[in-house]
Write a protein that binds this ligand. Sequence first.
Ligand code: ZN
Length: 285
Amino acid sequence: MNEIIEQNLSLFKCPVCKGGNLHIHSPAAVSCSACGHKYPVHEENILDLLPPSPTSKPAHYQHPLEKSFFDFYYSRFYEDPKKDNERYAWGAPESITPVHLEQKKKLVAQILSAAPSKDKIVCDVTGGAGWLSLPSAKEAKLVINADFEMRNLRYVMRKAKEEKIKNMLFVRADMFASPFPEKSMDIIFCTDTLIYGDYQVRHFLTGITESISAGGSAIVTFHNKRHRLPFRKPYVIGYSLGEIRSILSEIASARFSFESFYQEPVRWVEAFIPPTLYIARISGK
Ligand SMILES: [Zn+2]
């Protein structure tokens, strides 16, 4: 494994026993000092902290999209990490439409300006194509690019190499069994992910909220369910601002605020249509 993983193992906890410290077991594995579970390191750079089996599932599904998400999640869980060799990450700039690309750039600019990363430990828990982690790495002390899928991790790793980024770690993580200790991260991103129903949203937000350092913040996005215009994605579960407030009040008490994001390129339309997304900032305790 590479040095950056070796030097930063204290930023992770064992997701199996939910708290054990990790230490180096062999050149290509780490293990938990409490329960002894071993976790492989792939290609020197990707710390694979998936638990041995999925840990979570709703008792019953409230929405067809929720069921399709969990079917997909379970089908990918046991896949051999060597086999997921798709060239592009989900939502990579090379594989989306020009309209979507412009919307994505606008969103990334708004989120990055809300979360300056200078000298911070930044963690994108669902890093995807590295939209936030790659630019954050230019100023951050360390960026942890986490994702459930190897194709996404490999893609961002390749881009980081091309951009000569040296302060980035790659972690295969299951946010139903968060591998991040309490109060460990200065900035946490979770964007375009809280879209598969209450069960997923509450589990992910709980892990995220616990991991924010004192004085740190998490930036998470929700799709607005009142936004139903052309180009609206039909495959996500959205929320009203009132519903988001209610979920965040339960999980993060009163430590949150919002801004709106409009995907439309011109400002004047914002007076007439609802925002596409709500960007929530959750503050650490
Ligand atoms: Zn353990």
